[in-house]
Design a protein around this ligand. Structure first.
Ligand code: TXA
Ligand code: MG
Length: 317
């Protein structure tokens, strides 16, 4: 059930059970990061392949050494700049982090989330929380407690309600290779913002081989409804006469369009607002029993790059 009862949620986690928690990016499916049984249950519930590692959520940068080691200078700099916040760093892991979390790798992904309820929760626990996004593997991430309920109503006792997520897409993931910062997943901090702090960052977000960060997996974040992405939505619509079409548009609706339903992400053309609305709009469109969804490609700069990344993955076959 959806709750704001922090005490009940704390008890549940201490008893090695799972709960859904709000973060500023998306809701997470959380369990004790030091308990293998809890972690195993996360993979089962999400139907997530065991090769796809989880993110560990800590209460502050001061705790970083409890899960990670050999921490590069630039990682401290990034932590100071962006934590609490939507930056995940992949670092060498401490032995006490179970292998299951990191899918057998010797690294661990870690971040400090920026949500008052979840920070309060972390401060009440003496262990960090492993938490992937609270959706079945491959589907759209949840940005409200209601979204989580729609996925896991019968499997979760508690969904901690922290309102709708401020950022609306997942954290940006970086790692360190040969002392350089590399980007594994575009996310709610733009690449420009990160480069402003640490200089040039090498993108490593392709998905041809075993994914370094399977946020990279080609088809991901996908609605059940067949979805297309286009710069010219009106043109693409002509390829689908007499079909029940839903549109996901950046700034304005199409006039006179024979569409069943239209979602606009930000009338003022603000990419942060579009980001906050993206998954909720996709969830709504996906509920409408449409034949197809056509999404409009966003301007490819700043956060637009992250948003297009999610839309591209949502539209892959
Ligand atoms: O915003 C977020 O990051 C949300 C909230 C709940 O914190 N979490 C999230 O988790 O998006 P998830 O599991 O859906 O995505 C985690 C990503 C995956 O792409 C995974 O492959 C990558 O992090 N990852 C985890 N550990 C890694 C590691 N050791 N090396 C490389 N990538 C890793
Ligand atoms: Mg996910």
């Amino acid at each position: 059930m959806i709750t704001t009862d922090l005490t009940a949620v704390i008890k549940q986690l201490q008893a090695n059970q799972l709960v859904a928690i709000p973060t500023e990016t998306v809701y997470g499916l959380a369990g004790n990061a030091f308990q293998e049984a809890a972690i195993r249950r996360i993979f089962e519930l999400k139907k997530r392949p065991l090769y796809n590692p989880l993110i560990v959520h800590i209460k502050s940068g001061k705790e970083l050494h409890t899960v990670a080691k050999d921490i590069p200078e630039k990682a401290y700099l990034l932590a100071e700049t962006f934590w609490p916040g939507p930056l995940t760093m992949v670092l060498n892991k401490q032995a006490q982090v179970p292998e299951l979390i990191s899918a057998g790798k010797n690294t661990v992904a870690v971040r400090v989330p920026k949500h008052p309820l979840t920070l309060e929760l972390l401060n009440s626990l003496d262990f960090p929380l492993a938490a992937p996004s609270a959706n079945p593997f491959g589907s759209i991430s949840p940005t409200s407690a209601q979204h989580v309920l729609s996925y896991f109503e019968h499997q979760l006792d508690f969904i901690l309600d922290g309102g709708s997520c401020d950022k609306g897409i997942e954290s940006t993931i970086v790692g360190f290779e040969n002392n350089e910062v590399v980007l594994y997943r575009h996310g709610s901090i733009s690449l420009d913002e990160i480069e402003a702090v640490v200089g040039k960052v090498q993108p490593k977000t392709s998905n041809d081989h075993t994914p370094e960060a399977p946020g990279m997996l080609t088809r991901h974040y996908a609605p059940a409804t067949k979805t297309y992405l286009s710069k010219d939505v009106a043109r693409l619509m002509q390829d689908f006469p007499n079909r029940k079409i839903g549109l996901l548009l950046f700034q304005q609706k199409l006039e006179n369009a024979k569409v069943h339903y239209q979602e606009v992400l930000s009338e003022s053309g603000n990419l942060e607002e579009a980001m906050k609305n993206l998954y909720a709009a996709l969830h709504r469109l996906d509920q409408l029993d449409l034949d197809l969804i056509i999404a409009e490609k966003l301007p490819a700069k700043g956060l637009g790059i992250s948003l297009n990344d999610r839309l591209e993955r949502a539209t892959k076959n």
